[in-house]
Design a protein around this ligand. Sequence first.
Ligand code: CO
Ligand code: ZN
Length: 369
Amino acid sequence: MYEIKKESLYSLLKRLTEAIGPSGYEDSVRDIVVDELKSYADSLWIDSLGNVIAVKKGSKGAARLMIAAHMDEIGLIISYIDERGFLRFQPIGGVSERTLLGQRVAIKTLNGDIIRGVIGTKPPHIMKPEEMKQVPDSKDLYIDVGVSSRAEVEKLGITIGSIAVFERDLTTLGTSDVIIGKALDDRVGVAAMIEAFKAIDGNDVDVYAVATVQEEVGLKGARVAAYSITPHIALALDVTVASDVAGVSEQDWITQLGKGPAIKVADGRAASGLIAHPAVRNKLIEIAKQYGIPYQLEVLHGGTTDASIIALNKEGVPAATISIPTRYIHSPAEVANLNDIVMSSKLTMLFATKITSEWALTLIRKNFK
Ligand code: CO
Ligand code: ZN
């Protein structure tokens, strides 16, 4: 039987987070996911959008559980190359200018080469005092790849449409349990899902583990995967805000780092994202309590996950989310706690193993006549 362990999870995470995979260009992440899951799945395929779907069969005629974690990360897409060789770009997903200045980026060319660049920033020496505190507009930002003409940029293989992401290794902070890197959103969810899938054994429901594409640009992969699977019940694994940092009062923390997986109650502005299905949410709480998994409850007033689109598939799907508390989301220096990720993976594995088809099917429809 496969055991979920911190060390193997970290080495998997290192490979996953360092892979380049902005929305629509998840190929490098997808290769790792397929490689990891294929020997543990009864069947596995990639659909037309690029979602990876791995199935572990349950009992005969079982209900279908869909677990989703997104492979894509935020990034940049080159939109213009000027005659001096500087690259202009558009964001892919929720990129804030505040996080871009002075960052190293990795640009992927059409033939797969990786070229390093930097998002240029004006030195303070020549800034006006009022400029020092300002965040420049993204139209004034550019990537410098160290060459001096458009022809040289083209020779590197960079064209309009080449994509770029933050260039960051995964490493640890002052304690080896706390990791820092790019794209923890949502490679931590992907890693937790992969390890959970490997460890699932004796499941009654059919488990569909889906590594989705294009979540950051509108939950697109999850939408089509849910349509093709028609799940009876669903779980998303994604990061959530941990704003338990200096200067933020306790009531605004959302979640805390190192206090275990967050079981979501609601997300999106004014709860417009997901309102977790109460029975599924309560089942997660019940299992966490029973198996000694620490957990926290989460109400997030902005942002959502794949669960909110899966919940609206066909006649509706009871859905919930296990969130991994993460600081500084959508920056090049996202921070999470390995213990939270391990526990999220275990909770996912236990949920998939312990629920029965009979229970899942009672949530779908109640006949009165
Ligand atoms: Co995100
Ligand atoms: Zn995410």
